[in-house]
Every structure is written in structure tokens, then in C-alpha cells.
Design a protein. Structure first.
Length: 373
């Protein structure tokens, strides 16, 4: 056995490890080293100086530890974090941590483990129940948004427990909601659709004719989000439910529906009903433009919102589409109707820029908020 400098081992460990070439745990204990420490030093020599390790990562780790002068305590902290890492990623973690200043090992290791092993946060269908000592319980269900929305809308909010249990026992009905199709088209998109030759539109029936609403639906359904080139669209209904285009098509059982025409320059233009004009055209147009509250980052669904005059009624604002938008009750009250000079100073306010609905921050630049802008 080579002569061992214990003081050197307890200092910058990496540079002193080679002297443990033939040393055993018993040898180190005989020199006064605590058994646990002796066992760790022998293991450290095997990792950083022994054969059978990934040489490139081994050399990189040694270089990093030497550069930072990691001592025994630092190397012990590094190995503790390495043991929390998947076996296939341990040398990769060791390499990163040796190149990390002391005191930052835990934070860096956590960050790396999250990056290397991302969690799948996609909710799975499940049900759970939590019971309380007073004899009540809370049940939680995860399922398709559109299906649970049907159940939620069928529950009497004044007697939620009783009405829900009645549904389960078959004493009530949670029917599937029928969604009246309202297809939203930008004006220039509508013009392009009209100009396309019929031969480019082969319908599902193979005759070259499009089924009702098919071309419009493919162009830009109300509140639709792209789910990827190989995925179905996601449609946001005015009651907050989200469903795929396939689910929406299955629920369109009525003969009638709506087409809303929007202009990127002038905003909402008009709404047309396939059989007869709607009696509430303004609300339909506003729903097409903003399926949710138009305030920045607010997602209260349309049917829980109020119609808001951008220029207030008290200030002479007209009740027409260009002066209307949709706000939840909270933001309808928070909107600054009479800011000095027209510029909000406290909470912000809704404005229209050309045809776009926008939220103007206090003293800031207006930010368009409608998904159809």
C-alpha cells in the first residue's frame, strides 16, 4: 500500500484519490479515518480512478471537481444527488454537478432531473372520494370537459347535492346539450372560399358538393384552437366547454345554425342564420368574436359574461357592435369608463383598435385579446 496523506484526502479530494490505488476500507480505518468516510473514499477512488467507468464523463467530472476545489463534504453532497437519479443518468448528473459550485448542487440536480424526466401532466379519467367526520363527503371526477359540462349544467346550483344525486338515481335528466353551429369566418377567408373552384372541394359524398358547414368549419370554427397537423381541432363553446371538432359534429342535430362574418379591419360585420335571422344578432356576433371574457388573460365563458359598452352609455356610447364587447361581471365593474384623457390609470379598460378588441393597461399600449382578431 502506498503512503497515504489523510490531510490531503480531506482537502481537495480529487487530486488526492490516486494514492488510494491499493488501499482498502480497513487500511483507512487503521489510519484513523471513520468507517463511513473510509468506505466512501474507497468508492470515490473506484468511480473516478478505477477502470470500467465512462472515460469521457469521468475525465470531465474530474476536471470540474478540480476546478472548483471540491472537498470531501462537497463530493458527498454530489453523490447523494447522484443516487436520486436514474441509473442510466448518474454519470451524466455526476459530470454536471462536479462542474457546479458548492452550495448549488441540490437546485441544479432538481432542475436537471425535471428536464431529463418530464412528467406527463395529461389528466386521466378517474374518480376519487374524500370523507369527513360529520358524515359528508366530496367526490371528484375527471372526464371529458364537454361531458362533465352537460352534468354541471343539469345540476340545480341552489340544491347541488340533491339534484346531482337525483341525476345519478335516474330521477332527473342530464341530457347532452345540443350545440347550434355558428361558424366564424374572417372576411378575406370568406372571399377566398367563394372564389375556389368547385373541383377543389370534393365532399364526403364524393359528388364534389360540400356538406353543410364543412368548408366553413375547416376554415375557422368559433374559438377553435389548433391541436397539431395530425390532430382534431379543439372548439370552445360559449358555456366554457371544450370539445373536438368530431364531438361538435356529433352534437349538431339542429337544422339551423349561424355564420358570423368578421373583418380584420372593421371587426364584426354581420351574422346570418341559415333558416331565418336571429332575434339577438348582437350577442351572437359578440359570442363569435369573444367566446370568453375579453379582458386580458380572463377565461370566464361567454354565457357567464355581460355585454359591455366600450364608450359608456352615460357618455353617449351607442348600443352597436363596434361599441360593444364581452366582460365578466368582475371586469365589467373594474373597467375604467371615464379615465382622464381617455388613458386608464388604475385597472385598465377595453378599447377597439380598428376592428380589434383590445385591453389597454394603465398608461400602456393596447393588447388585442380576442382569439378571432
Amino acid at each position: 500500500m502506498n503512503e497515504i496523506n489523510i490531510a490531503a484526502l480531506l482537502g481537495s479530494v480529487i487530486d488526492a484519490l490516486p494514492q488510494l490505488e491499493h488501499a482498502t476500507t480497513t487500511d483507512l480505518v487503521g489510519l484513523g479515518v471513520a468507517p463511513d468516510t473510509a468506505e466512501f473514499l474507497v468508492r470515490l477512488h473506484r468511480l473516478y480512478c478505477g477502470p470500467g467507468q465512462p472515460s469521457r464523463r469521468q475525465r470531465s467530472a474530474i476536471k470540474g471537481a478540480r476546478r472548483h476545489g471540491h472537498g470531501l463534504i462537497a463530493m458527498q453532497e454530489i453523490e447523494r444527488e447522484v443516487t436520486k437519479t436514474k441509473t442510466t443518468q448518474q454519470w451524466r448528473m455526476r459530470q454536471h454537478l462536479c462542474a457546479t459550485p458548492a452550495g448549488q448542487f441540490t437546485a441544479v440536480a432538481r432542475k436537471l432531473r425535471r428536464e431529463w424526466n418530464p412528467k406527463d401532466d395529461t389528466p386521466v379519467e378517474k374518480v376519487s372520494i374524500r370523507r369527513y367526520a360529520n358524515g359528508t363527503a366530496t367526490m371528484s371526477i375527471t372526464a371529458r370537459d364537454v361531458d362533465l359540462t352537460d352534468v354541471y349544467d343539469a345540476i340545480d346550483q341552489d340544491a347541488p347535492a340533491e339534484s346531482f344525486l337525483n341525476l345519478v338515481r335516474g330521477e332527473g335528466g342530464a341530457g347532452r346539450l345540443n350545440y347550434i353551429p355558428m361558424i366564424t369566418l374572417q372576411l378575406d377567408t370568406f372571399a377566398k372560399l367563394l372564389a375556389v373552384n368547385d373541383c377543389n372541394h370534393t365532399g364526403a359524398n364524393g359528388t364534389g358538393e360540400q356538406p353543410a358547414g364543412a368548408s366553413a368549419g375547416a376554415a375557422n370554427p368559433t374559438g377553435a384552437d389548433s391541436a397539431g397537423a395530425d390532430s382534431d381541432i379543439i372548439v370552445r363553446a360559449n358555456n366554457g366547454a371544450r370539445m373536438t371538432g368530431k364531438e361538435l359534429a356529433e352534437r349538431i342535430l339542429f337544422k339551423h345554425g349561424f355564420v358570423a362574418i368578421l373583418s380584420r379591419v372593421h371587426g364584426p360585420v354581420d351574422v346570418y342564420r341559415m333558416e331565418r335571422f336571429a332575434t339577438d344578432k348582437q350577442r351572437l356576433l359578440l359570442a363569435a368574436e369573444s367566446p370568453e371574457c375579453a379582458w386580458l388573460d380572463c377565461h370566464v365563458p361567454f354565457d357567464k359574461c355581460q355585454i359591455h359598452h366600450i364608450t359608456s352609455w352615460a357618455d353617449g356610447g351607442d348600443t352597436n357592435i363596434r361599441n360593444l364587447t364581452v366582460l365578466c361581471p368582475h371586469h365589467n365593474g373594474a373597467n375604467e369608463d371615464h379615465p382622464p384623457g381617455g388613458v386608464p390609470v388604475r385597472r385598465g379598460r377595453m378599447v377597439r383598435l380598428g376592428g380589434q378588441v383590445a385591453w389597454q393597461s394603465p398608461g400602456g399600449v393596447p393588447v388585442p385579446t380576442s382569439p378571432t382578431n
